[in-house]
Design a binder for this molecule. Structure first.
Ligand code: GTR
Length: 331
């Protein structure tokens, strides 16, 4: 117990280096580490950089955010989240799919076909219920700062995958999350949970037949090089989250906390704009890389396959789903 307290205290010191620029405490600068799995230039990474710029501006140099892109700290978001929880990493940007293992309310996003569209998702995320979900990360040891767009996720594989029936009996990687394996299994495939950093070689060596993600991730993780079929069934929209360690947060002053919040909120429109442009470009790059991309015109078999699962799981998220339905675009 004594030992683990020591580890936590030491970790927080590492996450929160205080640099005394001139030796005078009045000019001390707090340096916070931010972990990002995607490489430099990816839409979320650009938003992290913008966030860092704004934090430094709004704290008048009192806080510097150091962005570590490309999974430099860890290519496993589960490890990153654990480190944020104990205060060893101050800030991270991860998928809500990964964070769902630490904060169950987020697993609502792991329900397939939850949102009708990108606009529908944002109407919810920007509304009171979406913002409350960020606030409700606190009991898990996190301060939710803002949502970012993560597009829609679809299946891709190293064998001809052009229709629903092709999923049957194949092995697909999923993010470690309590609900995601059930989604893939409901669609007839078997689910293999693993970290994003392991997927490339797992596809290459045939440990798995495929995975599921948005087009930008197929490029950023180079998966398009080993998976030559991409079936755009768009079964999930998992928003990205920028969040902070509550342990580190609680050590900051009120003004610094307000500056961090303001900076985060202001990066949302920035990230969405970068995302919207890159989503289109990345799909072109995937096609240009020799991948056969098949759009889905009839979603019926996909939706039918997960119908029972959605019915079984939905009661756990009844309040949130009510708020999601309330902003569902009229048909
Ligand atoms: C991406 C997301 C990453 C990571 C990855 C995954 O869409 O941006 O943060 O979670 O998916 O599948 O592990």
């Amino acid at each position: 117990m004594k030992n683990s307290r020591y580890v936590v205290a030491w970790s927080v010191i590492c996450a929160m280096a205080v640099v005394f620029c001139t030796g005078s405490p009045a000019q001390a600068q707090t340096v916070l580490k931010l972990s990002e799995i995607h490489p430099k230039g990816y839409p979320t990474e650009l938003a992290d950089e913008e966030f860092a710029r704004l934090v430094e501006l709004y704290t008048k140099g009192g806080i510097k955010v150091d962005v570590f892109p490309g999974g430099q700290i860890s290519g496993d978001e589960k490890v990153v989240i654990e480190q944020v929880k104990i205060g060893a990493i101050a800030i991270a940007r991860v998928s809500s799919g990964a964070l769902g293992s630490f904060n169950a309310q987020l697993n609502v996003f792991a329900l397939p076909f939850l949102f009708d569209s990108k606009d529908h998702m944002w109407a919810f995320l920007n509304g009171d219920a979406g913002q409350k979900m960020l606030a409700d990360l606190a009991p898990s040891g996190f301060i939710g700062l803002c949502w970012y767009d993560g597009g829609a996720r679809s299946f891709y594989a190293n064998y001809p995958l052009t229709k629903f029936e092709d999923l049957k009996g194949k092995k697909y990687r999923v993010m470690p999350n309590p609900l995601l394996p059930k989604v893939v299994e409901a669609m007839g495939a078997s689910a293999v949970p693993m970290a994003a950093g392991q997927v490339f070689s797992a596809i290459q060596t045939g440990v798995i037949d495929g995975a599921e993600n948005n087009a930008p991730s197929l490029i950023s993780f180079n998966h398009y090089q080993v998976a030559k079929w991409y079936l755009l069934d768009e079964h999930l929209r998992l928003p990205e989250v920028l969040f902070m360690s509550k342990i580190v947060w609680d050590k900051l002053g009120k003004e610094q906390q307000a500056a961090i919040r303001k900076a985060a909120v202001e990066t949302v429109a920035f990230q969405r704009q970068k995302w919207d442009a890159y989503e289109i470009e990345a799909l072109q790059q995937v096609k240009g890389g020799g991948v056969t991309v098949t759009p889905v015109t009839d979603f019926t078999p996909y939706k039918n396959a997960v119908k029972q699962l959605v019915a079984d799981e939905s009661p756990k998220y009844a309040e949130t789903i009510k708020s999601i339905d309330a902003v569902r675009p009229k048909k």
